[in-house]
Design a protein around this ligand. Structure first.
Ligand code: NCD
Length: 356
């Protein structure tokens, strides 16, 4: 069974709406995930399924009245134990555009402050028939624990410095929309790689899509296993193959995409950087440095950005910047993901189903 994505809000009553109990027909079509915890367990075809569907979702988002009933009766709970603007709002909008009920809980105003455990919180939400729980937590692995204790779909919206798969999916989608096939494209990530869950998930996604990835930052901000002298076989050597460059000019040379990453001040153990000023002097992405990139290069940043530290204000708002596209595309990609996880869609059948 598939659900039609209709633009015509007046036909909402007649639009097919599958109940949550409807048998998902996705297992034979390649999409088998109940949760989205990270991209390391996603094949290229899983990623393609999300990106292809995101194109349809982007069309819906760009309509005059961006509302369809495709996820009516589906409940999404945003459970955020860490601050967020774009990811939380993006999931809220994604659900609402598709007609889902979306409820946002912030841990600081929930029973978490009364000592309720993560497992109890997630079970409580499921007892109220939450179909998907979008979770952000400061502890790496928290969404994995939650996923073991509920049959609701758990979506990792950032766990510590570990993973942020939906940011990676929207980054891949934004790159692909702008440059086409990513095979062989040089993508350079500059900044605090060690503490960046975005970088880690991007690495998996970019590897799956065949891009050439270079990470660049001060040696103290490169992940263990990537630093000179690290023991081979360290857990993080399980990351996909990546080139490492500590000189930003060399890293940016010929780049198709440059992504600046925020210094994760909330995750620094101290002593990793001499000073912000020194960091900015050596690693800020500036117009002068971008002159070494491919003339058609794209500039990205997952946000929130600290202009004047990891990125210069003029390039962040300049003609190569697609930072705002990342934000808009984030909604479309999350719509696609929610729809796939709901089990209401057969990705192979989505072509032509969206009436404009
Ligand atoms: C990122 C995050 O929270 O990991 N932001 C985001 O979700 N867009 C990046 C960051 O905080 O620097």
């Amino acid at each position: 069974m598939t659900t039609e994505l209709s633009s015509d809000v007046t036909t909402e009553e007649s639009a097919p709406v599958e109940g949550a109990a409807a048998e998902p027909q996705l297992t034979d079509q390649g999409w088998t995930h109940r949760d989205m915890l990270d991209l390391d367990t996603c094949s290229r075809s899983d990623i393609e399924a999300v990106l292809t569907l995101a194109d349809r979702m982007r069309e819906i988002l760009d309509r005059r009245i961006p509302r369809v009933p495709a996820l009516r009766g589906y409940t999404v709970v945003n459970l955020f134990y860490e601050p967020s603007t774009r990811t939380r709002v993006s999931f809220e909008l994604a659900g609402k555009v598709l007609g889902a009920d979306v409820i946002s809980v912030s841990a600081s105003t929930s029973s978490v402050v009364k000592g309720e455990s993560l497992i109890d919180t997630v079970r409580t939400l499921r007892a109220m028939r939450a179909d998907a729980v979008v979770m952000r937590h400061s502890m790496a692995g928290a969404p994995y624990l939650a996923a073991q204790h509920t049959d609701a779909s758990i979506i990792n919206a950032g766990d510590g410095a570990h993973a942020h798969p939906t940011q990676a999916l929207l980054d891949l989608y934004t790159m692909r929309r702008a440059v086409g096939d990513l095979t062989g494209k040089k993508v350079v990530m500059v900044g605090d790689i060690a503490h960046s869950r975005v970088a880690r998930s991007d690495l998996w996604g970019l590897a799956a899509m065949g891009a050439k990835v270079v990470v660049c930052g001060p040696p103290t901000l490169l992940p263990l296993g990537m630093r000179a002298g690290d023991r081979p076989g360290h857990a993080e050597s399980a990351l996909p193959p990546v080139s490492i460059e500590t000189e930003i000019d060399a890293a940016i040379e010929g780049a198709d995409v440059v992504m600046a990453l925020r210094l994760q001040s909330e995750r620094q153990e101290g002593g990793l950087l001499p000073s912000m000023h020194e960091y900015a002097t050596h690693y800020q992405v500036t117009a002068e440095r971008l002159a070494r990139a491919n003339p058609d290069h794209l500039l990205m940043h997952p946000g929130p950005k600290n202009e004047g530290i990891e990125i210069a204000g003029d390039v962040a708002g300049g003609s190569h910047s697609i930072i705002e596209d990342q934000v808009t595309n984030g909604v479309a990609v999350r719509m696609a993901l929610l729809y796939l996880l709901s089990g209401r869609v057969d990705p192979a059948d989505t072509d032509g189903e969206v009436r404009s």
